[in-house]
Design a protein around this ligand. Sequence first.
Ligand code: CO
Length: 146
Amino acid sequence: MSELPAGTAGFVDHIGIAVEDLDEALALYRDLMGLELERIEEVPSEQVKVAMLKLDRTGAVGHVELLAPMSDDCNIAKFIARKGPGLHHIAFAAEDAEAVMQRCRDAGLRLLDETPRTGAGGKQIAFLHPKSTAGVLMEICMDPGH
Ligand code: CO
């Protein structure tokens, strides 16, 4: 295998999907499609309720992150109002989020977060502006255990 760019972990941590209603989304992703629900969590700072479903039975491959708004003026509510529910972001796992962010900055990419902040699962996260990434909202996601 080739050497990873400094700070990256070499895998997708999760795929974020904006949903209007968590129970309706679970009826689809869990009950019809068969993904196992790992946990449901509220992130008050983001005003968002999150359901994490495993992409495989072990959860080692990654997760689907269902994001339901808890208020009308949170980011997910605004996204749904603008574009409707659906694919929201892709989160790339990092061993060193700051190192990845700095390389993106040096490459001229626009960051939505200047420093990592705490997201679902206590992970340290930062977003890249989709205008810098050909239309895909990207999250850099670091397990603080690293
Ligand atoms: Co995410």
